[in-house]
Every structure is written in structure tokens, then in C-alpha cells.
Design a protein around this ligand. Structure first.
Ligand code: F6R
Length: 612
């Protein structure tokens, strides 16, 4: 949450900062701002709203400064307004900061600084943070670098920061703890960002700063130290993200692009890992701790949101194929309730961004208690990928739309491959079923494409329901998590209230909601609970509910009962979530567009939830 960018080099910083903020806008879009050092003076431009509003504010005011910092905000402390927008200046105006994270002890620091005569213009923890640095610098007569370092040992919380000083106008200082920060290394120039997306058009050589590390950049050179002032030797990594992967490529929205990318992203996820013709399933990321997975008495998945739904699908798959009991935990609950974790227990953290604060905290807790932690992560180099013992990347490419789509299907694909591999090694699956599932999984990208081919029909149905006030989503077995995911997709981007339920649970309460105004989306593909779901549809129809059914192609029974049907190709029921979710993603997308909502940047949300 919040995106930060910085530049130091010989090019004008202003356009680089604005370009970078546009790439990072998915991380927060309550306000945006930049600070540059123009003729040694700190100049700040900041505005409530989107980066486009900031651009309008700056207008023709083209700064020539070659050093600057920029921020796009997801508000934590203080409402989204111009004053609370970053960058913030220190009390005497000599320092400017941008910050992603939360300073938890800012209240005590603020009180202390107030008593010393400091005044604050905003409600933010960040303004307190930079004035605290100024106070240490001035009162102890320290260099900026030392003042930053000492301040960082006294603040509690999470931060990725970038700081400019009018006293040292050729220096850019950045630091991180708990919030991501990448430094791109150009020729005598440096690019700083919350993730690599603003950097890749300039350089593919990057350093991922570690927690409690500080980088000081000046005169084409950089040094990294830690908060104890020990020199660090960061690893320079080469990243291989293509520019087109982070652009819309002709689609109206990133979300639509990402929905339509799924045949490719699922295939990419399997590439080099699965080859059904030879029975090959290679997963380098579970090599070292493979035996621990085979012997596991229990597996606990921890995740949030859509990734948690992928974990629920994995629960069905692992229990079915591997015969290992599975628990799926909200990371935010798991970490606060003294969970029972024994030495050697298996925890699998699932995360698109690899930066979700609650998931990271759950991992730390599990590691402290001796668990073996696997990460199922999309973003290469992200915090979760670095703190877990082993794991597998999704290889789905950058996901920029705030509503997760292709990451969900890639997570299920990776988890299915792991389950198949473990089941095969354990002998809990017959050779025949193993081979059948490999063939079926390899065929999923084509079937996802067939499901996407029904886009026009989904759009027509969306048109009829765009004004609905509520939606109910029902599914059973493997399709129950899909119902949850369909409801989440709708509510987060269209702001229509929606609930997902196991179809059979409906009669224990939600059935009371059903009348002729209640659209009920039923995922009713042909599987072991098909007959039961058919009964559930009849129960809805008997109460005049309007049924939109997702059915297997060729189904002749449900189209006679449901008001609308959308077909998807048939597959093994364990793999159906990968296909049955497609029309639900499209339905939510079209409804949101028709309601005029900002699909890629829904209100109050941000892509990477780095606060707890
Ligand atoms: C929903 C969505 C969120 C994320 C959740 C976890 O569309 O995107 O619910 O799934 O914030 O994020 P990651 O997967 O990055 O840990």
C-alpha cells in the first residue's frame, strides 16, 4: 500500500517520477505528490486524488532538477486530502520524506516533539517521522545519514522511506523495514521504487533492500549500511520483466487484460514443470523439503482475500489426492490467536504480491515456532519469497488490476501440481488417475480460452443485472471457494453487496433473502454434487429467485430451470475452479464497467496490503 519512487542522476527527475507513480498507482490512489530539489530548494507538489490530478496541478511547471522523490498514497493516518498527501517536510523545511508503512509509536514521538516546540501541518505519522529525524540531526549535530540511522532504531513499525535534504542536495537516502523497496542501478543514476515496475524501462539491474538496511546514493555511487552502521554487501539481481507485461496492451482495463491472459498465464505457470506425455512433474521449489511434505500430518495454508480462496480450493485437492488434513487460515486471524504449531509443521503461505503484511507476520510466527514454510508467490523478489524456506513462483506475470484474477488461477495451478507430485510420491493416487489429471491439467489453458469465448454472453447478462442491490453466489465442493471468489470479485469492483455460500448452507439462513429481486449465481457444473446442486436451484426457483447458472457444456437439465445459463467446458471436478471462475470474473468486470466504477482502482482498496 502506497507506492514510492525516487530518482537521482543526470536526467530531469520530474517526468521519471510521474511515470513511476503511474506504474505504482495500483498500490494506492488517495493522493499523490513529488518533491524535487530545484536550485537547492525543496519544491513540493501534492494533491488529493490520482496521479492525473497531480499532473494537472503541476501543469507546465517543468522542473529541471535531477533528484526527486514521489508518492502515491493509500491513507492510514489522516483522511485523504492535500495536507496529508506525501511528501512531507520536516519542521524547519530542510528535509522531505515519502513513506510507505506505519510508524506505530508516532503518538508518543509527536507529543515529545510538540513539547519541544515542533508544529505539524498534517495528521500523518510520516510528518512526525521526518521531524523526528530533523530533531536528532539538529540536537546531536549529526549528518543526515547518521540522523536517519539513529531515528530508525527508535521508531516502531514498518517503513519504506526516501529522504531528500536541501542541506545535502545531491544525496538520496532510502531505507526499509517491512515494506518493499527496490533500487534500480543505471549508469551513474539510481531509480528507487516500491516494486520493479517503474524501473524496468531504464535498467534491469536491481537491489532488493533488506529489512533495516539504508542505502545512500550520491555522485553516481551507492553504499548500503544497516541500522547498526555495519556496511552491507547487497546482491545485484537481474530482472527479466518485459515492459509490455505491465502495460494494458490495447485492453480498456488491466483487469480485462489479466482475465484474458489466463490461458497464457496458466500455461506459463506449468511451463518446464509439467509434461503429461512423459508423466513429468518437476517442481524445483519443493525439492529440499519434499520429504517433509510427504510425511506431513497436517498442512496449514495462510493467506488473505483471493489468495485465501485459492487456499480453500487447495484444501479440497490436498485432502482428496494426498490424504493429508488441511487447514486454511486467514493470516490475520492465525497470527493473533496463539495457533498450535509444532517444530517441523508445514505452513504454506499464498500471496500474489508477496508483501501482504498479515501473511508475512504469520510466516514469521510460524518460523519462530520451528515450522517449515513454503511460499506460493507471484512477485519475484518479494518479501514472502525471500523469508520462506522454499516455494514456487506462479510465473503469471505482473498483476496490476487491484482485483486479483490471473493470480488466483495460477495459485490453484501451482498448488494442484504440488498436490499431484506429493500424492504420486506418497502413493495416495493411482498411476492412472495421476496421468489422467496431468493430461487434464495440461489441457486447462485451452478450456479457459473456451470459457472466455462466452464473454459476449456474460456481458449481455451483466447488462440485465447491473442495477441489482444484492447477489448470492452458491457452489458446492470444489466450486464452493469459487462462489466465495465470485462474490468477492463483484463486491470489490462494483460495490454491489454479494455473498458466497456453500449451496447446501443456503437453507440454514440465506434462503430468507431470496425473492424475485435476488440474483443467485449457482456454479452447477457436472461433478459429484451435481444432483444436489440441481435441488438447490429448484429451492431458489421455488422462492422466485433469479438463477444465473454456470453449467457444463451440453447440460440440458439446468437450462430448463435456470433463468440464464453460461456454459464452460467439462473437466475433472478438481480442476473445475480454474474454469468455472472465468465467467464470474467477467460478470463482475462487466457489471462494474456498466456502473461506471473504476475497475482497476476500486475505492478504498490497494493492490498490495502492506499494513496490518
Ligand atoms: C481481491 C484481492 C485481495 C488479495 C489479498 C491478498 O481481488 O486482490 O483480496 O487477494 O489482499 O493479497 P496477496 O495475494 O497479494 O497476498
Amino acid at each position: 500500500m502506497c507506492g514510492i519512487v525516487g530518482y537521482l542522476g543526470s536526467q530531469p527527475a520530474h517526468p521519471i517520477l510521474i511515470g513511476g507513480l503511474k506504474r505504482l498507482e495500483y498500490r494506492g490512489y488517495d493522493s499523490a505528490g513529488i518533491a524535487v530539489l530545484e536550485d537547492g530548494q525543496l519544491c513540493i507538489e501534492k494533491k488529493k486524488g490520482k496521479v492525473a490530478d497531480l499532473e494537472a496541478l503541476i501543469g507546465d511547471n517543468q522542473y529541471s532538477s535531477t533528484i526527486g522523490i514521489g508518492h502515491t498514497r493509500w491513507a492510514t493516518h489522516g483522511e485523504p486530502n492535500d495536507l496529508n498527501a506525501h511528501p512531507h517536510l520536516s519542521n524547519n523545511g530542510s528535509l522531505a520524506i515519502i513513506h510507505n508503512g506505519i510508524i506505530e509509536n508516532y503518538g508518543a514521538l509527536k507529543e515529545d516533539l510538540n513539547q519541544k516546540g515542533y508544529a505539524f501541518k498534517s495528521d500523518t505519522d510520516t510528518e512526525v517521522f521526518i521531524s523526528f529525524i530533523e530533531y536528532i540531526k539538529e540536537s546531536e549535530g549529526l549528518s543526515l545519514e547518521d540522523a536517519v540511522r539513529i531515528a530508525l532504531t527508535k521508531v516502531v513499525g514498518a517503513y519504506a522511506i526516501a529522504i531528500l535534504s536541501s542541506d545535502e542536495p545531491d544525496k538520496l537516502i532510502v531505507a526499509r523495514k517491512g515494506s518493499p523497496l527496490v533500487i534500480g542501478l543505471g549508469k551513474d543514476e539510481f531509480f528507487v521504487a516500491s516494486d520493479a515496475s517503474p524501473i524496468i524501462e531504464y535498467t534491469n539491474e536491481v537491489i532488493y533492500l533488506e529489512d533495516e538496511e539504508i542505502a545512500i546514493m550520491q555522485n553516481g555511487e551507492y553504499r548500503v549500511i544497516n541500522t547498526s552502521d555495519d556496511s552491507q554487501n547487497p546482491q545485484i539481481q537481474t530482472i527479466d520483466i518485459e515492459l509490455e507485461a505491465i502495460e494494458k496492451g490495447g485492453y480498456e482495463h488491466f483487469m480485462l487484460k489479466e482475465i484474458f491472459e489466463q490461458p497464457k498465464s496458466i500455461a506459463d505457470c506449468m511451463r518446464g514443470r509439467l509434461k503429461a506425455s512423459t508423466g513429468q512433474l518437476v517442481l524445483g521449489g519443493i525439492r529440499e523439503y519434499k520429504q517433509a511434505l510427504i510425511n506431513a500430518e497436517k498442512i496449514t495454508f495462510v493467506a488473505c482475500g483471493t489468495s485465501w480462496h485459492a487456499g480453500l480450493v487447495a484444501e479440497y485437492i490436498f485432502e482428496d489426492l494426498c490424504r493429508i488434513p488441511v487447514e486454511v487460515e486467514y493470516a490475520s486471524e492465525f497470527r493473533y490467536r496463539n495457533p498450535i504449531i509444532k517444530e517441523g509443521d508445514i505452513i504454506v503461505a499464498i500471496s500474489q504480491s508477496g508483501e501482504t503484511a498479515d501473511t508475512l507476520a504469520a510466516i514469521e510466527l510460524a518460523k519462530d515456532r520451528g515450522a517449515i514454510v513454503f511460499g506460493i508467490v507471484n512477485t519475484v523478489g518479494s518479501s514472502i519469497s525471500r523469508v520462506t524456506h522454499e516455494g514456487a513462483y506462479l510465473h503469471a506475470g505482473p498483476e496490476i488490476g487491484v482485483a486479483s484474477t490471473k493470480a488466483f488461477t495460477a495459485q490453484i495451478t501451482v498448488l494442484t501440481m504440488i498436490a499431484l507430485r506429493i500424492a504420486h510420491l506418497k502413493g495416495t493416487i493411482t498411476e492412472r488417475r495421476y496421468n489422467e489429471l496431468l493430461v487434464e491439467l495440461e489441457g486447462v489453458p485451452d478450456k479457459v480460452q473456451q470459457a472466455l469465448d462466452f464473454n459476449d454472453k456474460v456481458e449481455t447478462i451483466a447488462d440485465l443485472f447491473q442495477d441489482a442491490k444484492n447477489f448470492l453466489y452458491l457452489g458446492r465442493g470444489y466450486n464452493f471457494p469459487v462462489a466465495l471468489e465470485g462474490a468477492l470479485k463483484l463486491k470489490e469492483i462494483s460495490y454491489i453487496h454479494a455473498e458466497g455460500y456453500p449451496a447446501a448452507e443456503m437453507k440454514h439462513g440465506p434462503i430468507a433473502l431470496i425473492d424475485e429481486n435476488m440474483p443467485v449465481v449457482v456454479i452447477a457444473t457436472r461433478d459429484s454434487s451435481y444432483d444436489k446442486v440441481v435441488s438447490n436451484i429448484q429451492e431458489v426457483k421455488a422462492r422466485k429467485g433469479v438463477v444465473i447458472a454456470i453449467v457444463t457444456e451440453g447440460d440440458v437439465l439446468i437450462p430448463k430451470m435456470a433463468d440464464f445459463t453460461i456454459e464452460v467446458p467439462s473437466t475433472h471436478e478438481a480442476l473445475m475452479p480454474l474454469i468455472s471462475v472465468i465467467p464470474l470474473q467477467l460478470l463482475s468486470y462487466h457489471i462494474a464497467v456498466m456502473r461506471g466504477a473504476n475497475v482497476d482502482q476500486p475505492r478504498n482498496l490497494a493492490k498490495s496490503v502492506t499494513v496490518e
